[in-house]
Design a protein around this ligand. Structure first.
Ligand code: NAD
Ligand code: UDP
Length: 315
């Protein structure tokens, strides 16, 4: 039995990960400051004697005897990471320093939840992991993008200097049950709006693209990266679904699948909103023998079912 620390364990991805790691027979410590995470995501795990929920901010050092760390703590929705930009930088950078320090002391393996945002508004398409990116260091998204880029720099240098066993996953837009209904990200926004027959808020003309990955595919990618690669394979590796859609196509799919009467409305495009995004996953296919398996339609139906029952409960 391994003891595994999941920072950001009460968030969308973190709570799914805690559940999976417990089901696989591990002991899990979830650490979270509940900024965007929610107790309801992990409440069903609290009775499990092998699960511990710790209220803690990763900008402060933390110590526990553990074998592995998944470093997920950081708001991921643009609305929330821009709310307190300085705190977002601190969370990414100081959080990485604190968790890498812990991994170094304990000789533990540590996986970083990096992001496609390290590529910024990319001018190479699709994005291979060798692309250095196009990030505006001063823009509204820079607190997140640059924080995550520095975190990657810290990870790779702890590997080079201290031989810490690091793994870097560059995650592309991931969705699924347990996203917060007011999270602000596009999939949750559109589904909640469609289920309530409210206007669907398209930012810009909806021609910008994203490639959406269902949560279960991400978790299988994490597992392969953490457990099935040689210790000297540190990544970074893109973990995402290459199926690329415009935001308008996503809105129309959700309208159809929810049978909604909502209308589309067009609002200004936020600053520095990337025009296109699609992962090149050839490295993941080669090294991890991994590729996503869940189609957008299947994943959306599961997510719609989740939000539907959540909205029913609130009435
Ligand atoms: P989320 O906002 O649901 O989860 C983040 C969790 O981190 C929340 O529970 C939040 O309360 C916690 N947190 C934030 N700041 C903290 C701090 N200072 N100390 C302790 N806990 C803190 O987002 P998510 O989608 O689950 O994302 C998890 C990780 O994956 C993030 O690091 C994010 O950058 C990365 N990621 C996610 C996506 C995606 O599409 N979901 C894409 C790329 C990268
Ligand atoms: N978006 C939108 N309407 C919304 C929320 C988001 O049109 O209500 C757009 C947003 O401008 C971006 C895309 O959807 O082009 C994805 O946004 P999200 O915040 O989910 O993630 P990110 O921009 O970080 O990929």
């Amino acid at each position: 039995m391994k003891r595994i620390l999941v920072t950001g364990g009460a968030g969308f991805i973190g709570s799914h990960l805690c559940e999976k790691l417990l089901n696989e027979g591990n002991e899990v410590i979830a650490l979270d400051n509940f900024f965007t995470g929610n107790r309801s995501n992990i409440i069903h795990l609290l009775d499990n004697p092998y699960f511990e929920m710790v209220r803690h901010d990763v900008t402060m050092p933390y110590f526990a005897e553990i074998d592995e760390i998944y470093n997920l703590a950081c708001p991921a929705s643009p609305v929330y990471y821009q709310y307190n930009a300085i705190k977002t930088v601190k969370t990414s950078v100081m959080g990485a320093i604190n968790m890498l320090g812990l991994a170094k002391r304990l000789n533990a393996k540590i996986l970083q939840a990096s992001t496609s945002e390290v590529y910024g508004d990319p001018d190479i398409h699709p994005q291979p992991k060798t692309y250095w990116g196009n990030v505006n260091t001063l823009g509204a998204r820079s607190c997140y993008d640059e924080g995550k880029r520095v975190a990657e720099t810290l990870f790779v240098n702890y590997y080079r200097q201290n031989k810490v066993k690091v793994k870097i996953a560059r995650i592309f837009n991931t969705y699924g049950p347990k996203m917060h209904p007011n999270d602000g990200r596009v999939v949750s926004n559109f589904i909640v709006q469609a289920l309530q027959n409210k206007d669907i808020t398209i930012f810009g003309d909806g021609s910008q693209t994203r490639s959406f990955q269902y949560i279960n595919d991400l978790l299988s990618g994490f597992d392969k990266l953490m457990n099935k690669t040689a210790e000297d394979f540190i990544g970074p590796v893109n973990i995402g679904n290459p199926n690329e859609f415009t935001i308008l196509e996503l809105a129309n799919s959700i309208l159809e699948l929810t049978n909604s009467k909502s209308k589309l409305i067009f609002l200004p495009l936020p600053e520095d909103d990337p025009k296109q995004r699609q992962p090149d996953i050839s490295l993941a296919e080669k090294v991890l023998n991994w590729k996503p398996e869940i189609s957008l339609k299947t994943g959306l139906l599961k997510t719609i079912e989740y939000f539907n029952s959540l909205l029913m409960k609130s009435f």
